[in-house]
Design a protein around this ligand. Structure first.
Ligand code: HEC
Ligand SMILES: [Cu+2]
Length: 375
């Protein structure tokens, strides 16, 4: 069937009350329309020209009926007014502990600024289950800030602050509109309200408007180093498999042809992409060439990782998802707690480079077999 709903989702504390009032009003309107229409049609038919209906004593007034027709709608109207006014006051009075977020409307975008300075455009991140107050102003013409799922809207006016508040009840993404024609691109002046749990929202704020903490290049490099199996050959010390890479950056390397190379960025890059161009003294062509498997971005992060003197001493397995983890991993290495490279890789099954199967070079394939064998 179609993905069609009569009402937008209810995602704020006031939305159910708003909808109830709206539905009752609609029902009452329909009911009275029906009463008036049915009676009108009935009389039109009954007293049409030529019928034999009794027209001998026409009724000119009926105080009882008039009282009923006056008093009943008045009471109904007052009841609706009471609930409407109650909701209106609730909607216009932000709770004192509300989180304040600032919104600037301009042709044709919404600019949002959070209390700690994080900014965003045409998106509004808010915590769930906590009152949020928007203080809004326009930089040019009058706009209207409208979030249907929260059943709330307010004009955004130049030279004057206006406010709305809401308390979101469901996580998810909801529409955000400018609901007042404000120029040629008015229809594009909208976006998304992202409702997150309180913790997610705090993390998002603290990460400067990102859901995950930024990962340093060296951390990304470390992750990649372990993931594609560099650590299966390169360990804390020189081994028959491969020379150690610990402290390699800017050191002098002896090549098997007798020359000495300075291990700068260019040398490290070449050593990863085309290792057989310059073979380290005492080794052969065991290292696979990564020329066709790594992007320049990946090579840069590997180099950033190799520049860290302690970094490649065995694998310090850090998922690289948070700074704290990365730091902890590094301290481990310093304390000499470096774990055996292969062991380390098996602790993280996701590290198997399955994605790269096919384009994988021999060395990494061997590494993969090893890990699979140990499972
Ligand atoms: C199959 C084992 C193996 C794998 C896997 C491997 N290497 Fe190597 N690597 C070697 C050997 C052996 C040498 C020394 C011979 C040479 O220079 O090619 C070497 C050399 C190097 C050098 C130059 C070292 C020096 O002494 O100057 C760098 C840098 C390097 N590898 C980085 C990497 C990186 C980064 C990865 C992962 C993308 C990797 N290696 C994967 C075996 C391996
Ligand atoms: Cu607008």
């Amino acid at each position: 069937m179609w993905n069609f709903s009569v009402m937008p989702p209810q995602a704020s504390t006031l939305a159910p009350e708003h909808d109830a009032i709206f539905l009752v009003l609609t029902a009452l309107t329909l009911l009275f329309t029906l009463i008036v229409c049915v009676t009108a049609v009935f009389f039109v038919i009954k007293y049409r020209e030529g019928t034999k209906a009794d027209r001998s004593s026409p009724v000119y007034e009926n105080p009882k009926l008039e009282m009923v027709l006056t008093v009943v709608p008045t009471i109904l109207g007052l009841i609706m007014f009471f609930f409407g006014a109650k909701l209106y006051i609730a909607q216009r009075t932000p709770p004192k502990d509300a989180e304040e977020i600032f919104v600037i409307g301009k042709q044709w975008m919404w600019h949002v600024q959070h209390s700690n300075g994080v900014r965003e455009n045409n998106t509004l991140h808010v915590p769930m289950g906590r009152p949020v107050k928007l203080t809004m102003i326009s930089q040019d013409v009058i706009h209207a800030f409208y979030i249907p799922a929260f059943r709330t809207q307010m004009y955004v006016v130049p030279g004057r602050y206006t406010q709305i508040w809401f308390n979101a009840t469901k996580t998810g993404n909801y529409h955000l509109f400018c609901n007042l024609y404000c120029g040629t691109q008015h229809s594009e002046m909208g976006g998304t309200v992202v409702v997150q749990t309180e913790t997610e929202y705090r993390n998002w704020l603290n990460n400067g408007g990102q859901n995950a903490a930024p990962v340093s290049m060296a951390q990304a490099g470390e992750k990649l180093f372990n993931k594609i199996g560099c650590n299966n050959c390169h360990g804390a010390t020189d081994s028959p498999r491969a020379p150690s890479l610990a402290g390699i950056y800017m050191s002098k390397r002896k090549m098997s042809d007798g020359t000495v190379q300075n291990a700068d960025e260019a040398y490290l890059r070449e050593s990863v992409l085309r290792p057989w161009n310059k073979i380290t003294m005492g080794y052969g062509k065991e290292m696979p060439a990564y020329e066709s498997t790594l992007t320049e971005e990946e090579v840069l992060s590997l180099i950033a990782y190799m520049k860290n003197p302690g970094a490649t001493k065995g694998s310090s397995v850090s998922s690289g998802t948070s700074r704290e983890e990365g730091l902890a991993a590094k301290t481990d290495t310093k304390n000499g707690l470096a774990v055996n490279a292969i062991e380390a890789q098996t602790t993280d099954p996701a590290a198997t480079p399955t994605k790269r199967r096919g384009s994988l070079s021999v060395g990494a394939m061997a590494a993969q077999k090893q890990t699979e064998g140990q499972k």
